[in-house]
Design a protein around this ligand. Structure first.
Ligand code: SF4
Length: 507
């Protein structure tokens, strides 16, 4: 098994940096159906460039390199403890090389282990098969933004805009439409659903996640479930949610439904929502040497480039030089595309918690707070950004308005938009919300010229305040200082469409 460690490291790096062909095909189809000039089309164009960049430079496709879940199948009697040990070492090495972001934190203290190892991480599932010469290892890297949009329904249930979902296939249909609707913006659409009907609360979610190991373009052998999958694909893409929740047609790239038995008293529908950065690969290893015999989900051919269009810089853009003035910010309107120059300061969950209780270590007056947990590597005496896309902003909704007012921020930037409290704060204090394209970690890393400093590094690399000097960093104004919100508009409009699908279909 002398090659086991190398093989596992290759699997982790390839999964984090290069999307599999079925996902690329699904994204290409989505791009083909979206108007390239629409906001959603432009976002897809950024995403496509980002996918190419990540593959070219072997960099993480998204800065959130996700929760690693391994599914290992071994010959009977194989030394599973040795494989487990090799997986842990490979995870730590991939983290050291900046292919994975340190993503494992103590749930009570928030302390980052720094190497992606700790109680519960990575997740390892071992099974056996009767083959005696091969080991199969499958890996899913699923990010926090989309993991937060997983949802489990216990039927019967009353669903917003769809009414009662009964304990039958039509009830499941309603759950799946609702699952897509509630994920808008936050889960980095265009996304995919892994669905389990049945099981208990634990095995339901587990079986839902397992559906994400089906190729996105396979065909369900169960004709009823196939019909349901096709229906959901068609209707979800007609809700008007679009890529990143900007409005449009490219909302869902896959729907995979499985069913397992349930208790007579329970009827769970569990949904694992995955984003466009759908990182899933596998390898078959020689059980004696640990060498890779073949890849799963991909062949040896190099991936064809995906980029098309000009991204967010097509059309009229407004150049912003941070720090920003109140007058400048109040002149911005929802839909404006801005190119940021000057400084950005990162801050997400731990920074918001800190700023609510302590003074800021850096003067934020007039500045832009970027909701981002980058992948950063030490380089000599300085730092190098390896990946730096936006994180879900909504988590900061309870704090943002107060932080904007207290520290004099003129903009916050992230993905997915924020709620009414922040919208009121933007109006009161004269600030805007900027939406960067979720997951476009390589695309945005190239807009960062220099790391000029860092504060609160003891919070861990993803949570620290990084001082980033940027050049032509593009984003869209989606909430302005006049009280307008693109997110509220798309949510309202898509809810109205959702309502039209309340009548039974699968009777
Ligand atoms: S693409 Fe979005 S949801 Fe997916 S891992 Fe990246 S930030 Fe999270």
């Amino acid at each position: 098994m002398e090659q086991l460690g190398d093989s596992l490291l290759k699997l982790i790096i390839e999964t984090s940096t290069n999307l599999p062909p079925d996902v690329r095909r699904a994204m290409a189809r989505a791009m083909g159906e979206e108007d390239p000039k629409s906001r959603s089309g432009q976002a897809l164009s950024v995403i496509a460039s980002n996918i190419d960049m990540a593959a070219e430079c072997d960099g993480p496709v998204c800065q959130d390199t996700g929760w690693p879940s391994f599914y290992v199948t071994t010959p009977i009697g194989a030394d599973q403890l040795r494989i487990e040990d090799a997986i842990r070492q490979a995870i730590a090495e991939a983290t050291r090389r900046g292919k994975l972001r340190p993503n494992s934190v103590d749930s009570l203290t928030g302390k980052n282990s720094g190497d992606n190892l700790g109680p519960g991480t990575p997740t390892l599932h071992f099974h056996q098969w009767r083959k005696d010469d091969e080991i199969e290892v499958k890996l899913l890297l699923k990010g926090g933004g989309c993991e937060n949009k997983n949802i489990q329904y216990s039927l019967p249930a009353e669903l917003a805009h769809l009414g009662r979902a009964d304990r039958n296939l039509d009830g499941v249909r309603k759950c799946l439409l609702h699952a897509v609707w509630q994920a808008q913006g936050h889960g980095c659409s265009a996304g995919a659903l892994g669905v389990a009907i049945g099981g208990d609360r634990v095995t339901g979610y587990e079986h839902a996640k397992l559906q994400l190991f089906r190729p996105l373009d396979d065909v369900n052998p169960d004709s009823k479930l196939r019909e349901l999958e096709e229906y959901v694909m068609k209707v979800a893409n007609a809700l008007g949610i679009g890529t990143m929740g900007f409005g449009g047609t490219a909302t869902l790239i896959g729907c995979k439904v499985g069913a397992i038995n349930r208790l007579p008293a329970s009827f769970f529908v569990s949904v694992a929502y995955d984003c466009w950065a759908f990182r899933r690969l596998g390898v078959v290893l020689d059980a004696r040497t640990g060498a890779i015999r073949r890849w799963l989900y991909k062949d040896d051919r190099p991936s064809a480039p995906m980029a098309r269009g000009e991204g967010l810089t097509s059309g009229k853009t407004i150049s912003l030089q941070a720090p920003l003035s109140e007058a400048q910010v109040r002149s911005l309107k929802v839909g404006d595309i801005v190119l940021i120059n000057g400084m950005l300061y990162t801050g997400r969950d731990a920074v918001h918690h800190h700023l609510m209780q302590h003074p800021s270590p850096v003067d934020l007056r007039g500045q832009i707070l970027y909701h981002c947990g980058p992948v950063v590597l030490k380089e000599g005496s300085g730092w190098k950004i390896n990946a730096a896309g936006p994180t879900t902003s909504m988590r900061e909704e309870p704090y943002e308005s107060e932080i904007i007012g207290r520290y004099g921020l003129r903009a916050v930037m992230g993905k997915g938009g924020m709620g009414p409290k922040t919208l009121a704060g933007l109006k009161q204090h004269g600030a805007v919300y900027l939406n960067a394209i979720g997951g476009a970690a390589q695309y945005y890393a190239r807009c960062i010229e220099k790391v000029e400093g860092v504060d609160l590094l003891d919070l861990g690399i993803p949570e620290a305040i990084w001082h980033l000097r940027v050049n032509n960093f593009p984003a869209i104004v989606t909430m302005d200082a006049a009280g307008n919100s693109l997110h509220a508009d798309v949510e309202g409009a898509s809810a109205a469409v959702l309502k039209t699908f309340a009548e039974p279909v699968f009777v």
